[in-house]
Structures are given as structure tokens and as C-alpha cells.
Design a protein around this ligand. Structure first.
Ligand code: ATP
Ligand code: MG
Length: 198
């Protein structure tokens, strides 16, 4: 990490190991972003879901892009007796789009469902999986997502995943973690593995 310019540790009397001051405050619901080109954005969100489910909370995940395969998490969700909903909305969605208007309409359906779930007050965690890609393609205005995040129920944790989140969405987040790819099995010609990729 680059050394901070301006005042040095000697100026402030603090040791270089002194952590930054913590601003204390109670916040019930957080906005979290998992971004970056490395693997782990969606699976880290699923880890948070597992943690939240452990407290008896309800969790809703909207998947804005449908994967190739049915995923283990869809089967696992059934074990929570309706407390963990996963809604794949990206049916037929393709980046090599033949019908942009249809793709936008599909995204809109997912977004409307997300807002409806949040407004119900039933859920403590809402995962907007791959929504950052959708924003990057301008299929949904970032301003709408910012408006939602800043007016949502106060105790609702919202997790947004996908590469390259827009800066205005990052600005309202409490936590941003960027997954950095060091190695990926695809590069060694290893195909997607059950229990790891799906
Ligand atoms: P995961 O769902 O495994 O947590 P992710 O959400 O970080 O992955 P996505 O961008 O949603 O990744 O990509 C979906 C799929 O692409 C996953 O199966 C993942 O393993 C794979 N993938 C992620 N990063 C890379 C990469 N750098 N190179 C090749 N494939 C990748
Ligand atoms: Mg993902």
C-alpha cells in the first residue's frame, strides 16, 4: 500500500500499526458489494445467507443472470422450509443480445420483484446477484438502485454482486470487497466442477 502523504506517524504520535479511528454507530442493515474479476462473489453472498438463516431470518436472492446449470444452492435452499428464496430471473438472458428490449423487460421483472420483497418487510437479507452486470449494460438505471438502497427498510441487508459496480452505487455501500483472480482452473483447461462452480 502507498504511504500516506502529509502528516506522518511521528506528527500524530501514533504508531504505524494504529488502526484508523472507528466511528461508532448502530446500523441495522448494511449495503454490501462483492465485485472483481476473481471467483467468489456469488458464493460469498451465499455464505452471508447461511449466516443470516442461522438466526431464523428470511433471505431472498434474485438472480439477474441465469447460469448454464442448475446450481447446488437451489437444492440447498429447500432445506430452509421457505425461509430462503432464490428467484432466477435471467431466463433467456444473453450478452450476445438479439432482443435488447426483451432483456430489459426481464431485468425489470426481477427488479420489481426485488423491490416488492424488500417492501414486504419479511426479509432481513436481499441478495441482488449479478446486478452489477445489468447496471453496466444500462439495462437498469443506477440512479434507481441508489434510490432503492437509500430508502429501503432500515434493517434490510442488501448484497449486490458482479464486476464493475457503478461508482454511484459504490458511494452508498457500507462494505465493498473486490475478488482478485490469482489463478482460476479454467486457465488450466479444467472444466466447471460440481459443488464449486454450480
Ligand atoms: P461464484 O458463483 O463461483 O462465486 P462469481 O460469482 O465470483 O463466482 P461470476 O462472475 O458470477 O463469478 O461468474 C460465474 C462463473 O464464472 C462461476 O462459475 C465462476 O467460477 C466463473 N468465473 C469467475 N471468475 C472467473 C475467472 N476469472 N475466469 C474464469 N471463470 C471465472
Ligand atoms: Mg456470480
Amino acid at each position: 500500500m502507498a504511504e500516506a502523504s502529509g502528516s506522518s506517524a511521528a506528527d500524530t504520535g501514533a504508531s504505524p500499526q494504529t488502526p484508523p479511528p472507528v466511528v461508532k454507530g448502530k446500523k441495522d442493515g448494511l449495503v454490501l458489494i462483492h465485485s472483481g474479476d476473481g471467483k467468489g462473489k456469488t458464493t460469498a453472498a451465499l455464505g452471508l445467507a447461511l449466516r443470516a438463516l442461522g438466526y431464523g431470518w428470511k433471505v431472498c436472492m434474485i438472480q439477474f443472470i441465469k447460469g448454464k446449470w442448475s446450481c447446488g444452492e437451489h437444492e440447498a435452499a429447500k432445506a430452509f422450509g421457505g425461509r430462503f428464496e432464490i428467484h432466477p430471473m435471467g431466463d433467456g438472458f444473453t450478452w450476445d443480445t438479439k432482443d435488447r428490449a426483451r432483456d430489459i423487460a426481464r431485468v425489470r421483472e426481477g427488479w420489481d420483484l426485488a423491490r416488492q420483497k424488500a417492501a414486504s418487510g419479511e426479509y432481513r437479507m436481499l441478495i441482488l446477484d449479478e446486478i452489477n452486470y445489468v447496471l453496466g449494460y444500462d439495462y437498469l438505471p443506477a440512479a434507481e438502485v441508489v434510490e432503492f438502497l437509500t430508502t429501503r427498510p432500515a434493517n434490510l441487508h442488501v448484497v449486490l454482486t458482479g464486476r464493475n459496480p457503478p461508482p454511484e452505487v459504490e458511494a452508498v455501500a457500507d462494505l465493498i470487497t473486490e475478488m482478485v483472480k490469482i489463478k482460476h482452473p479454467y486457465e488450466a483447461g479444467i472444466k466447471a466442477q460440481k459443488g464449486i462452480e454450480f
